[in-house]
Design a protein around this ligand. Structure first.
Ligand code: PAF
Length: 283
Protein backbone atom coordinates (compact mmCIF):
# COMPACT_ATOMS: atom_id res chain seq x y z
CA UNK A 1 0.00 0.00 0.00
CA UNK A 2 1.35 3.40 -0.98
CA UNK A 3 0.86 6.24 1.52
CA UNK A 4 0.65 9.47 -0.48
CA UNK A 5 0.61 13.05 0.82
CA UNK A 6 1.07 15.16 -2.34
CA UNK A 7 -1.65 15.64 -4.95
CA UNK A 8 0.68 15.28 -7.96
CA UNK A 9 1.96 11.94 -6.59
CA UNK A 10 -1.64 10.83 -6.01
CA UNK A 11 -2.58 11.59 -9.62
CA UNK A 12 0.36 9.48 -10.88
CA UNK A 13 -0.46 6.58 -8.52
CA UNK A 14 -4.18 6.63 -9.47
CA UNK A 15 -3.33 6.61 -13.19
CA UNK A 16 -1.03 3.66 -12.55
CA UNK A 17 -3.70 1.71 -10.61
CA UNK A 18 -6.31 2.42 -13.29
CA UNK A 19 -4.00 1.37 -16.15
CA UNK A 20 -5.29 -2.22 -15.94
CA UNK A 21 -8.80 -0.98 -16.77
CA UNK A 22 -10.07 -1.94 -13.29
CA UNK A 23 -12.58 0.03 -11.23
CA UNK A 24 -11.67 2.14 -8.18
CA UNK A 25 -13.66 2.54 -4.96
CA UNK A 26 -12.91 5.37 -2.53
CA UNK A 27 -13.45 5.10 1.23
CA UNK A 28 -13.10 8.61 2.71
CA UNK A 29 -12.35 8.71 6.46
CA UNK A 30 -10.96 10.94 9.17
CA UNK A 31 -8.93 8.04 10.57
CA UNK A 32 -9.23 6.48 14.07
CA UNK A 33 -10.51 3.47 12.17
CA UNK A 34 -12.87 0.96 13.77
CA UNK A 35 -14.88 -2.02 12.52
CA UNK A 36 -17.44 0.34 10.94
CA UNK A 37 -14.77 1.86 8.67
CA UNK A 38 -13.35 -1.58 7.90
CA UNK A 39 -16.82 -2.71 6.83
CA UNK A 40 -16.73 0.10 4.24
CA UNK A 41 -13.34 -1.14 3.05
CA UNK A 42 -14.53 -4.76 2.80
CA UNK A 43 -17.66 -3.71 0.95
CA UNK A 44 -15.50 -1.56 -1.39
CA UNK A 45 -13.23 -4.54 -2.12
CA UNK A 46 -16.27 -6.65 -3.04
CA UNK A 47 -17.55 -4.04 -5.47
CA UNK A 48 -14.39 -2.67 -7.13
CA UNK A 49 -11.03 -3.94 -8.40
CA UNK A 50 -9.00 -1.42 -6.40
CA UNK A 51 -9.66 0.34 -3.09
CA UNK A 52 -8.31 3.78 -2.24
CA UNK A 53 -8.83 5.08 1.33
CA UNK A 54 -8.28 8.61 2.54
CA UNK A 55 -7.49 9.88 6.00
CA UNK A 56 -7.92 13.60 6.50
CA UNK A 57 -9.21 15.24 9.68
CA UNK A 58 -11.01 18.01 7.85
CA UNK A 59 -10.81 21.27 9.82
CA UNK A 60 -13.61 22.96 7.87
CA UNK A 61 -16.28 20.59 9.19
CA UNK A 62 -15.50 21.31 12.85
CA UNK A 63 -17.14 24.33 14.46
CA UNK A 64 -15.65 26.58 17.11
CA UNK A 65 -15.35 24.75 20.43
CA UNK A 66 -15.71 21.33 18.76
CA UNK A 67 -13.16 18.51 19.06
CA UNK A 68 -10.80 19.22 16.09
CA UNK A 69 -7.65 19.29 18.26
CA UNK A 70 -8.73 16.35 20.43
CA UNK A 71 -9.95 14.23 17.50
CA UNK A 72 -8.13 10.86 17.78
CA UNK A 73 -5.19 10.55 15.36
CA UNK A 74 -3.48 7.16 14.95
CA UNK A 75 -2.25 6.99 11.39
CA UNK A 76 0.26 4.16 11.88
CA UNK A 77 -2.35 1.77 13.33
CA UNK A 78 -4.87 2.86 10.69
CA UNK A 79 -2.38 2.26 7.87
CA UNK A 80 -1.70 -1.24 9.21
CA UNK A 81 -5.42 -2.11 9.13
CA UNK A 82 -5.87 -0.71 5.63
CA UNK A 83 -2.78 -2.51 4.30
CA UNK A 84 -4.02 -5.82 5.76
CA UNK A 85 -7.42 -5.25 4.13
CA UNK A 86 -5.78 -4.92 0.70
CA UNK A 87 -6.11 -1.15 0.19
CA UNK A 88 -3.84 -0.03 -2.68
CA UNK A 89 -3.44 3.66 -1.90
CA UNK A 90 -3.82 5.63 1.33
CA UNK A 91 -4.32 9.31 0.49
CA UNK A 92 -3.30 11.26 3.60
CA UNK A 93 -2.73 14.92 2.72
CA UNK A 94 -2.12 17.60 5.35
CA UNK A 95 -4.34 20.68 5.66
CA UNK A 96 -1.94 22.80 3.52
CA UNK A 97 -2.14 20.30 0.67
CA UNK A 98 -5.96 20.13 0.85
CA UNK A 99 -6.52 23.87 1.36
CA UNK A 100 -3.50 25.68 -0.11
CA UNK A 101 -2.87 29.34 0.76
CA UNK A 102 -5.67 31.48 -0.71
CA UNK A 103 -8.23 28.68 -0.79
CA UNK A 104 -11.67 30.37 -1.00
CA UNK A 105 -14.35 27.99 -2.31
CA UNK A 106 -17.15 26.30 -0.38
CA UNK A 107 -19.88 23.93 -1.53
CA UNK A 108 -23.11 24.57 0.32
CA UNK A 109 -26.06 22.19 -0.04
CA UNK A 110 -29.38 23.68 1.02
CA UNK A 111 -32.51 21.74 2.03
CA UNK A 112 -31.13 18.44 3.23
CA UNK A 113 -28.27 20.14 5.15
CA UNK A 114 -30.66 22.20 7.24
CA UNK A 115 -32.07 20.97 10.56
CA UNK A 116 -30.87 17.91 12.52
CA UNK A 117 -27.05 18.07 12.77
CA UNK A 118 -27.04 21.01 10.34
CA UNK A 119 -29.10 22.95 12.90
CA UNK A 120 -26.81 22.27 15.85
CA UNK A 121 -23.50 22.31 13.90
CA UNK A 122 -23.73 25.37 11.59
CA UNK A 123 -21.35 25.08 8.62
CA UNK A 124 -20.57 21.42 9.30
CA UNK A 125 -22.11 20.09 6.08
CA UNK A 126 -20.52 22.85 3.99
CA UNK A 127 -17.18 21.54 5.23
CA UNK A 128 -18.16 17.94 4.51
CA UNK A 129 -19.53 18.68 1.01
CA UNK A 130 -16.48 20.75 0.13
CA UNK A 131 -13.88 18.22 1.21
CA UNK A 132 -15.76 15.22 -0.19
CA UNK A 133 -16.16 16.89 -3.59
CA UNK A 134 -12.41 17.66 -3.55
CA UNK A 135 -11.67 14.02 -2.70
CA UNK A 136 -13.87 12.94 -5.63
CA UNK A 137 -11.92 15.19 -8.02
CA UNK A 138 -8.58 14.12 -6.57
CA UNK A 139 -9.17 10.34 -6.72
CA UNK A 140 -11.75 10.19 -9.56
CA UNK A 141 -13.24 6.93 -8.24
CA UNK A 142 -16.01 4.89 -9.88
CA UNK A 143 -17.76 4.70 -6.52
CA UNK A 144 -17.43 5.96 -2.95
CA UNK A 145 -18.71 4.33 0.23
CA UNK A 146 -20.12 6.02 3.34
CA UNK A 147 -21.66 4.68 6.54
CA UNK A 148 -25.39 5.10 7.15
CA UNK A 149 -24.52 6.08 10.71
CA UNK A 150 -23.94 9.59 9.33
CA UNK A 151 -27.28 9.45 7.54
CA UNK A 152 -27.66 13.19 6.96
CA UNK A 153 -24.09 13.37 5.65
CA UNK A 154 -24.93 10.57 3.19
CA UNK A 155 -28.06 12.45 2.05
CA UNK A 156 -26.04 15.67 1.60
CA UNK A 157 -23.42 13.83 -0.48
CA UNK A 158 -26.07 12.13 -2.64
CA UNK A 159 -27.67 15.56 -3.21
CA UNK A 160 -24.53 17.41 -4.37
CA UNK A 161 -23.41 14.43 -6.49
CA UNK A 162 -26.73 14.68 -8.37
CA UNK A 163 -26.73 18.48 -8.46
CA UNK A 164 -23.13 18.89 -9.63
CA UNK A 165 -23.23 16.04 -12.17
CA UNK A 166 -20.64 13.81 -10.59
CA UNK A 167 -20.92 10.44 -12.28
CA UNK A 168 -19.63 8.16 -9.53
CA UNK A 169 -21.91 5.82 -7.57
CA UNK A 170 -22.54 6.58 -3.89
CA UNK A 171 -22.92 3.46 -1.76
CA UNK A 172 -24.45 3.66 1.74
CA UNK A 173 -23.36 0.89 4.10
CA UNK A 174 -25.48 -0.12 7.15
CA UNK A 175 -24.26 0.97 10.59
CA UNK A 176 -21.99 -1.44 12.45
CA UNK A 177 -22.97 -1.77 16.13
CA UNK A 178 -21.21 -2.93 19.28
CA UNK A 179 -22.48 -5.98 21.23
CA UNK A 180 -24.95 -3.79 23.16
CA UNK A 181 -26.28 -1.95 20.12
CA UNK A 182 -24.24 1.27 20.36
CA UNK A 183 -23.26 2.44 16.86
CA UNK A 184 -19.48 2.29 16.38
CA UNK A 185 -17.92 5.75 16.24
CA UNK A 186 -14.41 7.15 16.65
CA UNK A 187 -15.94 9.43 19.31
CA UNK A 188 -16.94 6.44 21.51
CA UNK A 189 -13.28 6.47 22.61
CA UNK A 190 -14.02 9.67 24.58
CA UNK A 191 -16.59 7.92 26.83
CA UNK A 192 -15.78 7.02 30.45
CA UNK A 193 -16.65 3.42 31.46
CA UNK A 194 -19.79 4.67 33.22
CA UNK A 195 -20.93 6.75 30.25
CA UNK A 196 -20.09 3.96 27.82
CA UNK A 197 -22.46 1.66 29.75
CA UNK A 198 -25.20 4.32 29.80
CA UNK A 199 -24.70 5.04 26.08
CA UNK A 200 -26.28 1.69 25.15
CA UNK A 201 -29.63 3.17 26.28
CA UNK A 202 -29.47 5.58 23.33
CA UNK A 203 -30.04 2.99 20.53
CA UNK A 204 -32.37 1.09 22.89
CA UNK A 205 -34.61 4.15 23.29
CA UNK A 206 -34.67 4.61 19.50
CA UNK A 207 -35.50 0.93 18.87
CA UNK A 208 -38.31 0.96 21.42
CA UNK A 209 -39.69 4.22 20.00
CA UNK A 210 -39.68 2.74 16.50
CA UNK A 211 -41.67 -0.27 17.71
CA UNK A 212 -44.30 2.14 19.11
CA UNK A 213 -44.35 4.25 15.93
CA UNK A 214 -44.75 1.18 13.75
CA UNK A 215 -47.72 0.14 15.92
CA UNK A 216 -49.35 3.48 15.11
CA UNK A 217 -48.45 5.60 18.18
CA UNK A 218 -48.67 9.39 17.91
CA UNK A 219 -45.42 10.76 16.44
CA UNK A 220 -44.99 13.84 18.68
CA UNK A 221 -45.74 11.95 21.88
CA UNK A 222 -43.39 9.12 20.87
CA UNK A 223 -40.52 11.48 20.05
CA UNK A 224 -41.01 13.19 23.44
CA UNK A 225 -40.99 9.79 25.14
CA UNK A 226 -37.73 8.81 23.42
CA UNK A 227 -36.10 12.08 24.53
CA UNK A 228 -37.19 11.50 28.14
CA UNK A 229 -35.85 7.94 28.03
CA UNK A 230 -32.44 9.15 26.75
CA UNK A 231 -32.24 11.83 29.47
CA UNK A 232 -33.29 9.33 32.16
CA UNK A 233 -30.38 7.09 31.10
CA UNK A 234 -27.90 9.80 32.15
CA UNK A 235 -27.48 11.85 28.98
CA UNK A 236 -26.84 15.56 29.64
CA UNK A 237 -28.97 16.85 26.77
CA UNK A 238 -30.69 15.84 23.57
CA UNK A 239 -30.00 17.95 20.47
CA UNK A 240 -32.89 16.43 18.53
CA UNK A 241 -35.05 13.36 18.07
CA UNK A 242 -36.77 13.58 14.67
CA UNK A 243 -38.81 11.44 12.35
CA UNK A 244 -37.95 12.32 8.75
CA UNK A 245 -38.69 11.25 5.21
CA UNK A 246 -36.00 8.63 4.47
CA UNK A 247 -35.03 10.33 1.19
CA UNK A 248 -35.14 14.12 1.58
CA UNK A 249 -35.04 14.24 5.42
CA UNK A 250 -38.09 16.50 5.68
CA UNK A 251 -39.66 16.21 9.14
CA UNK A 252 -42.77 14.08 9.37
CA UNK A 253 -45.70 14.57 11.75
CA UNK A 254 -47.23 11.25 10.71
CA UNK A 255 -45.63 7.98 9.67
CA UNK A 256 -47.05 7.83 6.14
CA UNK A 257 -43.97 6.83 4.09
CA UNK A 258 -40.57 5.12 4.53
CA UNK A 259 -38.91 7.16 7.27
CA UNK A 260 -35.83 7.50 9.41
CA UNK A 261 -35.67 8.21 13.11
CA UNK A 262 -32.60 10.35 13.78
CA UNK A 263 -31.16 11.63 17.04
CA UNK A 264 -28.13 13.38 18.54
CA UNK A 265 -27.52 13.51 22.29
CA UNK A 266 -24.72 14.50 24.63
CA UNK A 267 -23.28 12.38 27.40
CA UNK A 268 -20.33 13.72 29.40
CA UNK A 269 -18.45 15.82 26.86
CA UNK A 270 -19.31 13.49 23.96
CA UNK A 271 -21.97 14.03 21.33
CA UNK A 272 -23.40 10.80 19.92
CA UNK A 273 -25.61 10.41 16.85
CA UNK A 274 -27.67 7.49 15.64
CA UNK A 275 -30.50 6.74 13.22
CA UNK A 276 -32.67 3.80 12.20
CA UNK A 277 -35.22 2.97 9.51
CA UNK A 278 -38.91 3.24 10.33
CA UNK A 279 -41.42 1.41 8.15
CA UNK A 280 -45.01 2.64 7.89
CA UNK A 281 -47.60 0.00 8.72
CA UNK A 282 -49.57 -0.91 5.63
CA UNK A 283 -53.31 -0.87 6.17
O1 PAF B 1 -17.56 10.70 7.85
C1 PAF B 1 -16.41 11.16 7.91
O2 PAF B 1 -15.48 10.55 8.44
C2 PAF B 1 -16.14 12.53 7.33
O3 PAF B 1 -17.21 13.39 7.50
C3 PAF B 1 -15.71 12.48 5.83
C4 PAF B 1 -16.82 11.92 4.96
C5 PAF B 1 -14.47 11.63 5.66
C6 PAF B 1 -15.40 13.90 5.32
O4 PAF B 1 -14.39 14.49 6.05
Amino acid sequence: MQIIRQLNALKTAIADVKSDGGTVALVPTMGALHAGHMQLVHEAAKRADHVVASIFVNPTQFGEGEDLDAYPRQEEADARLLREAGVKILWAPDAEEMYPHGYSTTISVSGVSMGLCGGTRPGHFDGVATVVSKLFHQVEPDMALFGEKDYQQLAVIRRFVRDLDFTLEIVGVPTVRDHDGLALSSRNAYLSAENRAAAAHFPKALREGIARLEQGADVTATLDGIEQQILAAGFKSVDYVSLCDAGNLQELATLDRPARLLSAARIGSTRLIDNMAVTPTTT
